[in-house]
Write a protein that binds this ligand. Structure first.
Ligand SMILES: Cc1cc2nc3c(=O)[nH]c(=O)nc-3n(C[C@H](O)[C@H](O)[C@H](O)COP(=O)(O)O)c2cc1C
Length: 179
């Protein structure tokens, strides 16, 4: 086992955070890892919006919850889609072949870089519900998504609060080998 494998195997989705910001140098290192993800034909047609302002994060949470309510989804009282994490990174890409896969590579780089520095993270698909609350132009403006780009996924980050959860069991028999 080496450090990289250990980081991959010990990463968990973290859903409780300390009220403590990620220091700038660590955040910069995480972003550097994000943009070093592979991308189809090395187009790098992606965009990151890094949000460390609590009021902004709460506002985005509120809009997403309103979008979920509009869709009739059941939401627990006082739930927060980012689990009150101090940092949220919103990822978007120019729609083209493999764009979501490129963003998938990027978001995992973020999760693993964060984990290696002692932070927890959780990939958040629920930011897509913002588009059920407000129109695309307004949401893209709030999230600073460039023209021609589409929001894909978000990830929240911070210092984990309490014990880290156990690893969720992985499905077996998902691999075939051809020798
Ligand atoms: C595309 C994607 C979207 C996700 N969206 C959410 C989400 O909105 N909220 C959440 O709490 N977890 C979300 N997750 C985290 C998954 O629930 C989590 O990865 C899964 O349960 C496995 O747990 P682990 O990450 O601890 O191994 C998402 C994960 C992925 C890959």
């Amino acid at each position: 086992m080496n450090n990289t494998i250990e980081t991959i195997l010990s990463r968990r989705s973290i859903r409780a955070y300390e009220n403590k910001q990620i220091p700038e140098p660590d955040l910069k290192a995480i972003i550097e890892c994000a943009i070093h993800a592979p991308s189809s034909r090395n187009k790098q047609e992606w965009h990151l919006t890094v949000i460390t302002n609590k009021e902004r994060i709460d506002e985005i949470n509120r809009l997403a919850i309103e979008g979920m309510t509009r869709l009739g989804l059941e939401i627990e009282k006082d739930s927060h889609i980012f689990y009150h994490a101090p940092c949220v990174i919103v990822l978007s890409s120019k729609i083209a072949g493999f764009s979501e896969i490129n963003i998938g590579c990027m978001v995992e780089n973020i999760a693993l870089a964060a984990k290696s520095l002692g932070y927890g993270s959780c990939v958040i698909g629920q930011t897509r519900y913002l588009y059920h609350k407000a129109n695309k132009i307004d949401v893209d403006r709030i999230l600073k998504i460039p023209e021609g780009y589409e929001h894909d996924i978000s990830i929240c980050l911070g210092v984990p609060k309490g014990n880290e959860p156990e690893a969720k069991p992985r499905r077996e028999r998902v691999v075939d080998y051809i020798y």
